[in-house]
Ligand binder design. Sequence first.
Ligand SMILES: [Zn+2]
Ligand SMILES: [Zn+2]
Length: 176
Amino acid sequence: MAGEEGAAPGAAQPPADPSPGSGEAGDGGGGGYEAKCVFCRISHGEEPGTALLPCEHEDLVCFRDIRPGAPHHYLVVPKNHMGNCKTLKKEHIPLVEKMLAAGKSMLQRNNFTDLNDIRMGFHWPPFCSISHLHLHVLAPASQLGFLSRMIYRINSYWFITAEQLIERLQSENTSS
Ligand SMILES: [Zn+2]
Ligand SMILES: [Zn+2]
């Protein structure tokens, strides 16, 4: 789509907003780029303020959370736009596992090796500010501040660990 706009010459018109009401998580489909989505822009290197960290999976990107909740706080994000974790299905389990693996190797690459002292998970809608699927990777879990312990709290209804998400996806499928 890039650059193919048939722009009316001259007239500066207010942008027509085709989306009825915001906050709706997703188009359901995968594999897209949404210019309005900050994580899409980051993953395509269009946000100069956010440096992409080395990541061994070419369909994922990693970068530091702009509001770190722990000494190590990374985000692992699919390069293509995907809705939040609530929209995932069983077929996405390999993707979630790959994001987990990327998060762990991100920590190890940054010399954090105690994988028993980490927290990795997703914010459960509507408790996430960005709808683009993203895994939070925090370490050491034992050094989360008070606020972070709340925001990334295990067994809360706003945060789900990666393991819980995988279990959930597995059980959803087998019960149907
Ligand atoms: Zn996006
Ligand atoms: Zn989040």
